[in-house]
Design a protein around this ligand. Structure first.
Ligand SMILES: CC(C)(COP(=O)(O)OP(=O)(O)OC[C@H]1O[C@@H](n2cnc3c(N)ncnc32)[C@H](O)[C@@H]1OP(=O)(O)O)[C@@H](O)C(=O)NCCC(=O)NCCS
Length: 159
């Protein structure tokens, strides 16, 4: 399976909005109390034989790159790794000092995925999701594996 990764293009816009609605309940993503219209952010699209199979969106502020969303639709086949690889190349090209992201305490798959790829837990912002819910009421109370969603876990990789 050959996975191609490319920057998002104008033609991807409708698809990106759909992906965000389906996977994150909204185009609005809240991290550390800041809300992003993730459909307007730069990003990378992964494709297999011309079919879109993954999406990563990010934002760069000062010299720090934040991964805002990452989704692979057919998990365990290397799509997430391929998207992360392209992003890391970009971050180095832009001389970023670190890549960071927020995940939630229920997302043990993401904790595994990122840690195995060199990302470390920087901070645990306990009960931060209560604040995020004020901005994004669609955030569910129960997440993966039936785990209550409470904390924001900040992960980072220094470059
Ligand atoms: C987290 C997430 C992005 C990972 O993406 P993914 O495409 O499943 O990740 P990969 O396939 O690259 O890697 C996952 C595992 O599959 C294995 N794998 C990679 N290529 C493979 C292949 N061709 N065949 C079988 N397994 C493979 C990898 O070795 C990896 O195992 P490891 O973690 O033990 O090293 C994905 O699970 C996802 O979309 N989750 C839901 C959304 C989410 O939580 N996003 C992150 C929060 S921002």
């Amino acid at each position: 399976m050959k996975i191609m990764v490319r920057p998002r293009e104008i033609d991807d816009s409708d698809w990106i909005t759909e992906v965000l609605l389906e996977n994150w309940a909204s185009n609005i993503i809240v991290t550390r109390g800041i809300s992003y219209e993730a459909d307007l952010l730069p990003g990378f699209v992964a494709e297999v034989e011309g079919v879109r199979v993954g999406l990563l969106t990010y934002t760069i502020s000062n010299d720090e790159l934040e991964i805002v969303t990452l989704n692979a639709f057919d998990e365990g086949k290397g799509v997430g790794t391929a998207l992360l690889g392209e992003l890391e190349k970009l971050a180095k090209m832009k001389n970023c000092s670190r890549i960071w992201l927020i995940t939630t305490n229920d997302n043990v798959d993401a904790l595994r995925f990122y840690q195995k790829r060199g990302y470390e837990i920087k901070s645990v912002h306990r009960y931060a999701i209560e604040e995020s819910r004020k901005i994004k009421p669609q955030l569910p109370f129960v997440g993966k594996y039936g785990i209550p969603i409470r904390d924001e876990i900040e992960m980072e990789k220094s470059l």
